[in-house]
Design a protein around this ligand. Structure first.
Ligand code: BTN
Length: 246
């Protein structure tokens, strides 16, 4: 692994409302990363909240100010996921996979979620902010307070995790995958890895969007990050909703 970090600045914060909001509303330079173990008002996709449990879990965000945005934000979400799966495997935890579009699961339980947001200035994107929340040391007492099936690294590993060491490991792997993405002409390397770590490709699934539900098969993902869904009649591109294995 390359020792030179992709990130130009790394800041630790004792506490913050939301690491994504903080980067969106401040004027940090390109490739700044911030993290905290005490995020007070974490945000998830849509109107969802992300609960951190003080001192136990990691909330980490970074910002990119590319001259031109070469890749859809789906691929920045993908590198966050691939970095985490690498690290989880190094902790000898089996069963990790990427649940499209932005979750990392271990078997049937959610370990982490990613949120990518764009900040516009006039009519162009000024920066994108990508944040990940990873359950590291939370346990059953905390999972019971959530409305999803959650898990953590500690729960899977069977004992408490040294959180700073885990965070450093995550930053290293994130840096490694971001270098690959940024230095590639296209997304083919990341796409191939994403497909390998996502359970939904070539499997029978249910696509749920609002009150609509269709059965079919995911047959791939395009370069813009849209899933290719074969509903038995034709292949349609999907960007929203939820996919469930059947
Ligand atoms: C989701 O599961 O819907 C996405 C959750 C994303 C949570 C992370 S924690 C770091 C960053 N800051 C936030 O407020 N949200 C993201």
């Amino acid at each position: 692994m390359n020792n030179k970090s992709f990130f130009k600045k790394i800041h630790y914060l004792e506490s913050v409302d939301s690491t994504n909001s903080y980067l969106k509303n401040s004027d940090f330079e390109d490739k700044t990363l911030i993290y905290t173990y005490n995020q007070l008002k974490g945000r998830g996709r849509g109107e969802n909240t992300w609960i951190n449990f003080s001192g136990m879990n990691l909330a980490l965000s970074f910002l990119l100010k590319p001259e031109k945005l070469n890749f859809d934000s789906v691929w920045y979400i993908a590198v966050c996921s691939l970095a985490l799966i690498d690290l989880v495997e190094e902790y000898d935890i089996a069963g990790s996979w990427i649940k499209w579009p932005n979750d990392i699961f271990i078997n049937d339980c959610k370990l982490a979620g990613v949120l990518a947001e764009s900040v516009w200035a006039a009519d162009k994107i000024d920066k994108i902010v990508i944040g990940i929340g990873i359950n590291i040391n939370s346990g059953v007492n905390e999972f019971n307070l959530l409305d999803n099936n959650a898990t953590s690294i500690a729960h899977q590993a069977g004992g408490p995790i040294e959180i700073d060491m885990f965070t450093r490991g995550y930053q290293d792997r994130l840096s490694y995958w971001l270098d690959i993405l940024i230095n590639e002409e296209d997304v083919s390397v990341i796409k191939q890895e994403w497909l390998a770590k996502s359970k939904i490709v070539d499997r029978n699934v249910q696509w749920i969007l609002a009150d609509k539900c269709e059965y079919g098969k995911i047959v791939g993902i395009d370069d813009g990050g849209l899933l290719l869904f074969n509903n038995g009649r034709k292949v349609v591109k999907i960007s929203a909703g939820d996919i469930k294995l059947v």
